[in-house]
Write a protein that binds this ligand. Structure first.
Ligand code: NZQ
Ligand code: ZN
Length: 392
């Protein structure tokens, strides 16, 4: 068991119609001039943005808007947002949307609160000393960015996708209304469930210390999302299932399922980030496409955890050797991905990299993690390439 700090300063307001509280919450956290930041237009089409601006108008809160955060959000829009905030004296950010809008808002917040080039933080050149305060109205349960310290941005030049984490960017509040996720395409719902499970699994598959309580929380979370992902596949309007998944999404990435371990493995995420940067695939689908190859590459090095996962999460038969049980668990997870129409290899993901592109991704991935990384098994560039090759 490792020592740990657990810091979750985000006020969560959960339930139907809770977006009506947005003006009250902004005032509570001292916002007077707001940048409302959103994605490609789903919040316009659903009428959510209009409801939010009406609420702010009624409360007399001034705001400007900036849409256009694309999935795998771009640095170019971040620069635009920084300029707009400075010009309009914005003192509070409101992200309305998913991880992409939230992450883009966090990057804008860093850019306003710190002098100089904002990409430096994502390029590991220096650390931020602050971030503009941020609130969130979440429309997709997936990344957990509504409570996390992370932000992931893609630099268009060279298609480099990088994350930066600091407590400064943890949102002040997160409004979680499961009803807002009802307009999601089924594919995005499944991508979200995959990402939520992966945030838990990244922390679960470690060779660092573990705590029984953390494992129990993680396994319960994984079983809950697995069950409710299937309910949502068959019944997308099921409020209770949406609520289970939404809360799981926040808990999966606010640090709770990492307390007492070594921080987790995170290599599936790092491998996916290169795919997201290069091919602009949906994050959750990219994770599903490489996870099986990663798992088969590393499981022998982390056998007790893979066995525990197989038995306690995938609920496979407890017969045969530890290796057989572990492999059965990996297969069961891939069957689950298929059952919710997630890919289990790059072909199913719809990308067909050349050998040269695989080599390039493995190189960028290795550079991005400073040479090598992983806890279930430490991976270097050669290992990353082997996993990409196996995932074709
Ligand atoms: O852009 P709009 O028009 O809003 O459409 C989005 C987008 O096309 C749509 N959508 C969202 N809510 C909707 C909706 N459509 C209809 N109804 C709704 N209620 O869904 C699509 C995906 O949205 P996006 O925000 O891109 O999804 P997600 O939340 O999965 O975010 C993905 C990004 O977050 C990063 C990923 O790498 C990726 O760039 N991550 C961020 C993390 C963090 N900050 O902690 C951790 C994650 O591991 C992840 O890396
Ligand atoms: Zn993720």
């Amino acid at each position: 068991m490792f020592d740990f700090q657990y810091f979750t300063p985000t006020k969560v307001v959960f339930g139907k119609n809770k977006e009506e509280k947005v003006a009250e919450l902004i005032k509570e956290f001292g916002g007077t001039k707001i940048l409302i930041h959103y994605g490609g237009g789903s919040v316009v089409r659903s009428g959510l943005l209009k409801r939010v601006t009406d609420t702010l108008d009624t409360a007399g809160i001034k705001y400007v808007t900036l849409g256009g955060a694309v999935p795998n959000p771009h640095l170019g829009l971040v620069y635009e947002g920084i300029e707009l905030c400075k010009k309009e004296n914005v003192d509070f950010l409101l992200a309305v949307g998913g991880g992409s809008a939230i992450d883009s808002a966090k990057a804008i917040g860093y850019g306003v609160a710190n002098e100089g080039e904002v990409w430096d933080f994502y390029d590991y050149k220096r650390k931020a000393t602050g971030c503009l305060p941020l609130g969130v109205i979440l429309t997709i349960a997936a990344t957990g960015s509504e409570m996390s310290d992370s932000s992931v941005i893609t630099k268009e030049e060279g298609l480099v996708k990088r994350g930066y984490s600091s407590d400064y960017s943890r949102p002040k509040f997160a409004i979680l209304n499961p009803e807002l996720t009802m307009t999601l395409p089924d594919y995005q719902t499944a991508c979200g469930c995959t990402d939520i499970m992966m945030h838990t699994m990244e922390r679960y598959f470690t060779n660092g210390g573990n705590m029984e309580i953390t494992d129990a929380l993680a396994e319960g979370l994984l079983r809950t999302v697995k069950k409710n992902a299937v309910i949502l596949r068959d019944d997308p309007k099921n409020y209770d299932a949406r609520a289970e998944v939404m809360w799981a999404g926040s808990l999966a990435h606010n640090g709770l399922t990492g307390c007492g371990n070594d921080g987790g493995d995170w290599m599936t995420h790092k491998l996916e980030h290169e795919l997201g940067g290069l091919y602009d695939v949906a994050h959750g689908a990219g994770l599903a496409a490489v996870w099986g190859s990663w798992a088969r590459y590393v499981y022998k090095n982390c056998l007790p955890r893979f066995k525990k996962f197989a038995l306690n999460v995938m609920e496979v038969e407890n017969t045969g050797s530890d290796e057989e049980i572990a492999l059965r668990g990996i297969e069961a997870m891939e069957d689950f991905y298929r059952s919710i129409k997630m890919p289990t290899n790059l072909r199913e993901l719809g990308v067909n990299p050349t050998e040269e592109e695989l080599v390039d991704m493995a190189h960028k991935c290795a550079v991005g993690v400073g040479g090598q990384m992983g806890s279930a098994k430490v991976l270097d560039e050669e290992a990353m390439l082997a996993i990409y090759r196996a995932s074709i």
